[in-house]
Design a protein. Structure first.
Length: 503
């Protein structure tokens, strides 16, 4: 289907989308052996199997790098989803979250350029596109046709890592046009949003009756929270671009969504955010999708935050032998044996989202505990099967059923991004020239990373022990070290080598 077909009048902002109509410029892709020297190197002698998984994940990802086909309308080299014939919005947005660490070897974020290039004149972007022809897999009015709406979140995380303001200036317009399309076509009069099992990314989760391909006239908690998060991020982008009026409009829309979510999707009885039907009846399930509410730190009132997060600690809910199941154990339809896909299986992308949300609201210890549990389970399965799977069983160290092997893919988030961010504990906010090291990993051996990218040109080697931290960098920045006892040490790090004695 041509992207010129539109069920609605043209969206004026699409005319400012710089990706439509441009021509692909061929760029070589380095081999994995060439690329490896430009990738971060984790230093974890206490966890050699985790380091092995890290490098194997990168190697598998490199096998899925593609060049556009002639006539597809794609404009950039891209990372494809493992084992899938089409390119997927959901997969791509998450794969970028580990791809940002390999940006010195391959510009992973440009995988999204192909979606922007195929934007319709009304702002619609299909969630699944045939890379051979560039044709959408769905018509815009199909309930499954697009989502989840997390492209702005993916771009914003890339910006915080790289400080690439020039990209924000390009992507803001297609993202805002897509946001307008979503608001016009995926929301109810209440302001809340709907999705389907497929468009939510969690196809067979039984949260709404018979919802695999239809919204069933319910308000969906993840779709509504993602819309609020989208407003918040686009507001920040607009502020950076000095689009004052648009920033104000987005801030007002965000506030309205926050109020509607808290008024209609919070169940006092369950102490959880849940989908609701048109009569205010709540779902009988607790979906991991509700934790998108943590990613927007302004969404959840302080009085609700503790009870909401507590479900992640409760053994009858989300604190299972392999954390975090996609559906709580006390939900209707939960499958204890295999997870049965989204009926309880553990997925890297939703775990990653939960970890980012927990850190956003200051729950750093819990984030580290969950990441360690998840890595241990994935490592045990990797040792036994010699590969990664797209999902895992919630109560045993085993692949889910059904589950696909050799999946990098979104599962690359676990051995790469979670290892660096939530186990080693490094988080970069480069527009602020700040590196945070959350030093919670309990080991007497050296821990850190070499060849770690800072911004667009910088490099960092950081290796620490309980007694001493040594850093070597070619760019100055501020280092904040967060100790397990809550103590925060802040120091200015100049170019060159710096040693910090801790005892």
């Amino acid at each position: 289907m041509s992207h010129a077909v539109s069920p609605r009048p043209a969206e004026p902002l699409v005319s400012q989308n710089p990706f439509r109509g441009i021509t692909y410029v061929p760029l070589p892709t380095p081999s994995f052996l060439e690329a490896r020297a430009r990738l971060p190197e984790p230093i974890l002698p206490a966890y050699p199997d985790w380091v092995e998984m890290y490098w194997r994940a990168w190697e598998l990802a490199w096998g899925h790098l593609k060049r556009p086909k002639v006539g597809s309308g794609f404009v950039a080299n891209y990372l494809s989803a493992a084992g899938k014939p089409h390119v997927f919005m959901w997969d791509t947005a998450f794969m970028l979250q580990f791809g940002i660490y390999g940006r010195r070897a391959f510009d992973f974020v440009r995988s999204l350029d192909n979606f922007y290039a195929r934007q319709h004149v009304d702002g619609f972007i299909c969630r699944e596109i045939d890379p051979e022809t560039g044709h959408d897999f769905y018509y815009p009015f199909d309930p499954d046709s697009t989502g989840p709406n997390i492209l702005a979140w993916a771009e914003w995380r890339c910006y915080r890592a790289t400080g690439n303001m020039a990209r924000i200036a390009k992507v803001f317009w297609p993202l805002l046009a897509y946001h307008h399309w979503f608001r016009a076509n995926r929301s109810w009069q209440s302001g809340l949003y709907w999705a389907t099992g497929k468009s939510s990314g969690m196809s067979n989760q039984p949260r709404v009756p018979d919802s695999r391909h239809h919204h069933r006239h319910w308000s969906w908690v993840d779709a509504s929270m993602q819309a609020a998060l989208n407003c918040r991020i686009l507001e920040q982008m607009a502020t950076l671009l000095q689009e004052t009026q648009r920033a104000q409009e987005l801030a007002e829309e965000h506030e309205q969504l926050v109020q509607a979510i808290n008024a209609h999707l919070w169940s006092e009885e369950a102490a959880f955010y849940q989908d609701a039907d048109r009569n205010g009846r709540f779902s009988n399930t607790k979906s991991i999708g509700a934790y998108w509410g943590l990613v927007d730190k302004t969404l959840i009132p302080e009085s609700r935050l503790g009870p909401f997060v507590q479900h992640l600690r409760d053994s009858w809910a989300f604190n299972l032998p392999h954390r975090v199941p996609s559906l709580s154990a006390d939900s209707d339809g939960y499958n204890a044996q295999s997870g049965n896909y989204w009926r309880g299986a553990v997925w890297s992308q939703t775990n990653f989202m939960v970890l980012k949300g927990l850190r956003t609201v200051g729950q750093h210890r819990l984030a580290h505990e969950i990441a360690m549990n998840h890595l241990r389970n994935v490592a045990e399965v990797y040792t036994r099967t010699d590969t990664f799977w797209d999902n895992y069983a919630p109560e045993t160290a085993a692949p889910g059923d059904p589950s696909n092997p050799h999946f990098v893919g979104m599962t690359g988030l676990t051995p790469i991004a979670m290892l660096l961010e939530d186990v080693i504990g490094l988080i970069v906010d480069w527009p602020l020239r700040r590196v945070v090291w959350d030093r919670r990993l309990e080991t007497d051996q050296p821990c850190g990373v070499r060849n770690y990218p800072l911004g667009e040109e910088g490099l960092l080697e950081l290796i620490g022990s309980p007694e001493r931290v040594t850093l070597t960098t070619n760019v100055p920045f501020t280092l904040e070290m967060r100790e397990p006892d809550g103590q925060m040490l802040q120091t200015a790090v100049p170019q060159g080598t710096t040693t910090i004695d801790l005892i």
